[in-house]
Design a protein around this ligand. Sequence first.
Ligand SMILES: N[C@@H](CCC(=O)N[C@@H](CS)C(=O)NCC(=O)O)C(=O)O
Length: 215
Amino acid sequence: MTAHDRLTLFGSFTSSSSYKPMLFLSLSRLPFSFRTVNLKIGKQNEPEHLARNRYGKVPVLQHRGLTIVQSNVILSYLAGATGCFEGKTEQDRWTAREWLDWEADQITNVAKVRHYSRFRQVDPAVMDYFRPLAEAAIGFVNKSLEGREWLVGDAPTIADIGCWGRMVFMHEGGLDINRWPNVLAWSNRLKAMEGFALPYDLIPSKDREYDPVKG
Ligand SMILES: N[C@@H](CCC(=O)N[C@@H](CS)C(=O)NCC(=O)O)C(=O)O
């Protein structure tokens, strides 16, 4: 494999958006390079990073001369490029992408509650607004998982990785997963997969090369 063909992911270890592609790569046992962007010291807003991501955010994926941003677009790219977690039928592949779009609309409320609990103090009225929206989003996933193991079809797809990837920090926002039994069971199914790890175990705080040996 040439350097051009190697996947390079730019991210940060406190970021659920970075966790999503990182989890995909880990579950797929794919080789890649991780490059850390230190959000605490504002590296995301330096010209070098803005040249990769005009929005001043992580993650960013670079591959074969392409630069891809937005975690769900990255998941979609990775699934298309590798065939992993794509969904078995054309309908499943579109439905998985539909879930990712919904995730960006609604599960983002879970990320907001976590962010305001952990990184930034806000007026309690702001929390009063976002918490029910976060709970509704988790409740919708819970209801959708009734009687099924995965969000789409009968195997894990980028829909599961994308939705779980942003819900993973829900406890840091005081959202206890035990309130949603189907979500809990689903997270345990994900956790049982080879290559699974939680964000703080998975995303390094320094640059790192990953060259897993496929079993
Ligand atoms: N919609 C974007 C959200 C990206 C995002 O908000 N990333 C956060 C970390 S989770 C970030 O880079 N924050 C730095 C900042 O806002 O300065 C995605 O899914 O990739």
